[in-house]
Ligand binder design. Structure first.
Ligand SMILES: [Zn+2]
Length: 78
């Protein structure tokens, strides 16, 4: 069985062996930091999350907010 080449999780390039590379399994300290930053920044979660939060300052369509008082009249203008 031959030794498998380990690929860097960040840039997908071949990395040196653990003995030769202190940043294993990453190819470099930079890639290691990038991967760590992704997790800390929640980038993976955001990518997997669906857009179901509407409290982001997005303008709501007229009629959806009941803070005006009277509801909009039915548009039977046909
Ligand atoms: Zn890398």
């Amino acid at each position: 069985m031959t030794a498998e080449a380990t690929k860097c999780p960040t840039c997908k390039r071949e990395v040196l062996t653990r003995a030769e590379n202190p940043c294993f399994p990453f190819c470099s300290d930079r890639c290691k930091a990038i991967d760590l930053g992704k997790w800390l920044g929640g980038e993976y979660r955001i990518a997997a999350k669906s857009e179901d939060e509407d409290d982001d300052g997005e303008p709501k369509p007229p009629g959806a907010t009941a803070s005006g008082g009277e509801p909009a009249p039915p548009t039977t203008d046909a």
